[in-house]
Design a protein around this ligand. Sequence first.
Ligand SMILES: C[S@@+](CC[C@H](N)C(=O)[O-])C[C@H]1O[C@@H](n2cnc3c(N)ncnc32)[C@H](O)[C@@H]1O
Length: 269
Amino acid sequence: MHVNNDASAPHKVRIAQSFGKAARCYARHNRLQQQCAETLLHRLPNRLGVVLDAGCGPGVNAQALSARAACYYGFDLSAGMLAQAKEHFPQHTWLQGDLEQLPFAAECFDQIYVNLALQWADNLAGVLHQLIQCLKPGGTLVFSTVLEGSMAPLGPLFRRVTGHSHHNQFLPKPELLMCLQQVTAQARAVDACTTKFHTEHIGIPYVSMRDMLYDLKGIGANYQPAGRARLTREQLRQVEDGLECYRETDGMLYLNWHIGFVSITKSVA
Ligand SMILES: C[S@@+](CC[C@H](N)C(=O)[O-])C[C@H]1O[C@@H](n2cnc3c(N)ncnc32)[C@H](O)[C@@H]1O
């Protein structure tokens, strides 16, 4: 696989712009992200030290984390997201950069929290390796990420109608497990690590396809690889018709997500 770790690489610039456009209204569209944040926050100790919120978006988790932390840092690729975070929480330090090229020294954070940002990385193992290096001994990295099977039934319907995928290729669960084995084995050469892992299926209810698409756009996750044609009205109508078969008995359409939750604790010496 070709890995381009340059934050100025065209696809990274477009991802950052896409999220930047969504920054102002993000908090109206983030039901999935909020649910995952709750789970991740419970995986951290009550009292936190120096915390990095990586892929922090517009600072939606800043309050919950900083209330428990000695010191809080937000880090994101998108200048637009960080501008919004800074507007709401000027007291914190907000840093712009790429998770794949962390600008931090080794062993400088007690906890690192990454909610639903790592699915945008080109090289997950490489990012995890760097994040673990930034943890102090005894420190904990918690993250959630989107796994294969997510975005059903919308994603498969788009694929059926247009002949190609309209979203990220999400990692299959066995590949995430292999990746965790690889990075913790690597880390063990220097520090021992313990890992906890579970997955959850989360369905977010919508009245219509339009509302689903509105949320995906609203959180900035509507980035498309360059050259990908926009859907025609007719294709959208076909997807909308196809979705009706999936309307549940409560009258709602569900967008289903398969989320992996991981915590990695670095042993003390
Ligand atoms: C779905 S949002 C999640 C935001 C927040 N963590 C939350 O809980 O709502 C994903 C965030 O990851 C950021 N992101 C994507 N790729 C990144 C990268 N390579 N480095 C840093 N941040 C990245 C995006 O700019 C966006 O703010």
